[in-house]
Design a protein around this ligand. Sequence first.
Ligand code: PLP
Length: 365
Amino acid sequence: MRAHPEIEGLTPYQPGKPISETKRELGLSHVYKLASNESPLPPSQKVKNAILKAMEEIHRYPDGACFELRQAVAAYYKVPADWLIFGNGSDEIVDILVQVYCKPGDSILTSKGAFSAYFISATSVRVKTNFTELLPDLRFDLKAMARMLETDPSIKMVFLPNPNNPTGTYFSAQEFEEFMKVAGAKDIFVVLDEAYVEFVRAKDYPNGMDYQKRFKNILLLRTMSKVFGLAAMRVGILIAPPEVCDMVNRVRKPFNINSLAQAAAVAALDDREHLEQVKKLTWDGLDYYYGELDKMKFKYWPSQANFVLFDTGRDAGEVFNLLLKEGVILRPVKPYGMPSYLRMSVGLPDENAAAISAIRKVLRS
Ligand SMILES: Cc1ncc(COP(=O)(O)O)c(C=O)c1O
């Protein structure tokens, strides 16, 4: 039997190439992976201890209501506990939101160059994705999005990753205010995906928490995968009014957050020192990248996240392969319509230096 045509038309999401696979294929002893926007630091001892403790109980099902995690996240973000739902990564929450609030024939709206998870989730339930064009500086065109909302009643949800992956760009408070003058009055949801919010340095960034107090139709996505360093644990967070949480909860699998992940997340939220360390490493690493990319005269887009996108000026797939041979894994972003660009995550200082020296060798020697 054939799959549904929309599904056949999807390209599988390309995760960053694993270190082990690259070592095996190329016979390399040392490989630097800067391809998945992960935290450069391994888990702290606090997190490891929490996981070890939770291991004693893995013959039991996890707490489906995530009681302790809920309390910890509510305290961390200063939101009521019934405004929270957890997902097996925030990508699971995107899936559920689209299932709950859209039906075949409806549309979601996002921008070209936006994180691809929304399009995949929508397509999987036969919901169309409308895209606005990126502005020349790779930022979202919120004015065009507002216009589309005015004219297309099929749009039920807008997905706005801010800052965006893979561009690292963001939209400002002023742009968002203007957009919400239109979107805030409509019977739709505006989903702000703030996976990288902790890394933002821009002064005019619109933190979704502030806007959620003013607009009832804003839903917020956060994740434990980035600054908190728990990408493999898969803990995504939805912050939304209780009536939305109630609906999502009806579809969510009862044990979607395993008990090791719950324990790790509680410990990570309590480890402010580790979090500050990751932030500092990231900002220092970004500044180092900017300096080196400037020296090599590459065009890049200043980033509010933990990675930077730069233009290799050549086919990025070829450059990716040349860098692989040097033991450096970056991420080509051709599926986003950017065939000459590579995305480079911030790692530890020696990893960043290895990436830069490989780029210099491959592209500038
Ligand atoms: C914008 C954005 N949102 C969400 C995610 C996914 O996060 P999670 O690991 O919670 O599924 C990513 C991961 O790269 C991302 O870039």
